[in-house]
Design a protein around this ligand. Structure first.
Ligand code: ZN
Length: 467
């Protein structure tokens, strides 16, 4: 028997320590030679021992995961429940790092997987085989809300008081909207002149402090990490492993909308490589849990003006190699970029990144999903964007890299015309109106649709409308 006096002590210990702690999740360094593990209550974002990225990991034995994917679908009948309504938390057992009371949602993840035969025809696919996953339908207009719902839940769990991010635009908009909904002070760092106006307008309107650095995104990324570590600010860039947990759910929703079947291919734009990393992790876990039988293939599409991943994987043969990534290849490549004063350039500002933070996790995803990497030109991106706009719901330029990439992979014969393909359209058309207006108004492309000038005269206007 324990002495009676010990009981109150034990009670105090239990009360003060583990209430917020998840006993089902932990963080682990992705470097297998290190493998250091950390509690989820730590907001560290890089391995303190070796500097590599961290994963959110789970003790699956302690989590009651549904036995079949379609069990998650039952939650649609319970839309009054805030977590069942969320397109992220509907799948909460698959990202179980946080008690329910800290889970943040603003109604994200109500997105559509649209079968689109007209865009399929453009990309030389057979009817009934191409789907467009419209992540632009999230509250801030981009896929980032998937990650922010999860990362802000972690921020609340760890009692963060202020937050920050570096951004090409979509992240800042998403961070700002979640920050004000959580009552956190918010600072966003952007590169000078490298942000689409639609996105910048959101950050300002949602009340974020916006700091414009005289440099590009990579400069912003370096600065924000130093500022956050010096001031103890919660960092919301995609090296935050909890953001990627939220982004996994884009894949769950694609499977859901295909009647709980996996497609043959997922195509995603490649920028900071958070999405591709998250998708690979999602499929690896679903397979491990026996929830899917087959892992789809992954195609990651760069813009040619920001083709780091394409160069490293296709030209330099950089591989995941069971975690033994050849760092020298990366270091030499980046040193060359620096010596040439290289700054990435593409109209697809969301993927205008030359030093992707999640590079190694992405290499792992390519390994898991037997993935391929390609780069497409701005002209190909803008033409594909106009086709998506004409026949779909419209998207920002980076999103259209997926359809341009599909067209290229069809030409190469890598993707067959009757395979089932889901292109992830990451951001809303109105995120970057300048590129859209420029393409159409200046008659820059094959699908330009410029406005027609008319005299202020009824008969002449009627003639024009009749065509
Ligand atoms: Zn480590």
């Amino acid at each position: 028997m324990w002495p009676c006096s010990f009981v109150p002590c034990l009670f105090v210990f239990l009360w003060s320590l583990p209430m917020k702690r998840s006993d089902t999740a932990f963080q682990r360094c992705i470097n297998p030679a290190c493998g250091a593990e950390f509690d989820c209550m730590q907001a560290i974002f890089k391995c303190p021992r070796c500097g590599e990225l961290l994963d959110a990991c789970y003790d699956w034995d302690k989590i009651e995961v549904p036995r079949r994917m379609n069990d998650f679908g039952k939650r649609w009948a319970n839309r009054q429940h805030r977590l069942d309504f969320s397109g992220i938390w509907r799948f909460r057992e698959l990202l179980s790092f946080c008690p329910d009371e800290y889970k943040v949602t603003i109604g994200e993840g109500q997105t559509i997987l649209q079968l689109n035969d007209s865009v399929a025809k453009y990309a030389d696919m057979k009817p009934g085989r191409l789907y467009l996953q419209y992540e632009g339908l999230n509250p801030s207009g981009s896929f980032k809300d998937n990650g922010m719902a999860a990362a802000f839940s972690h921020a609340m769990m760890t009692e963060a008081k202020s937050c920050a991010c570096a951004s090409t635009g979509n992240t800042s908009a998403s961070v700002a909207i979640y920050a004000h909904s959580c009552g956190l002070k918010c600072t966003v760092f952007i590169g000078q002149g490298r942000i689409a106006f639609g996105k910048l307008s959101q950050a300002m309107d949602y009340g974020a402090q916006t700091i414009q650095i005289l440099g590009d995104f990579d400069d912003c990324m370096r600065q924000v990490q130093d500022v956050c570590s010096r001031l103890g600010i919660y960092l919301l860039n995609s090296l935050n492993p909890f953001r990627l947990e939220g982004q996994k759910t884009i894949m769950y929703r694609i499977i859901e909308q295909l009647g709980w079947e996996v497609p043959d291919w997922i195509i995603v734009p490649g920028g900071n490589l958070g999405n591709s990393s998250a998708f690979g992790k999602a499929f690896a876990e679903l397979k491990q849990l026996g929830l899917i039988k087959q892992i789809p293939r992954l195609a990651i599409i760069n813009a040619t003006g920001a083709g780091t991943l394409t160069d490293l994987v296709n030209s330099k043969n950089l591989l995941w190699n069971n975690g033994q990534v050849e760092q020298k290849i990366i270091d030499d490549y980046y040193a060359d970029l620096t010596s040439r004063h290289f700054s990435p350039r593409t109209c697809a500002s969301a993927i205008e990144i030359s030093r992707p933070v999640n590079l190694k996790k992405c290499l792992r995803a390519i390994d898991v999903c037997n993935g391929v990497v390609r780069a497409v030109s701005d002209e190909e991106i803008c033409d594909a964007k106009a086709v998506i706009g004409r026949y779909g719901l419209g998207c920002e330029p980076a999103s259209a890299a997926t359809v341009a990439g599909l067209k290229l992979l069809r030409t190469e014969g890598v993707i067959a015309p009757d395979e089932r393909v889901a292109c992830v359209l990451t951001g809303h058309l109105l995120k970057d109106p300048d590129v859209t207006v420029g393409y159409h108004k200046d008659k820059k492309g094959r699908f330009s649709n410029p406005p027609v000038e008319a005299p202020n005269d009824l008969e002449k206007i009627v003639e024009l409308v009749k065509g």
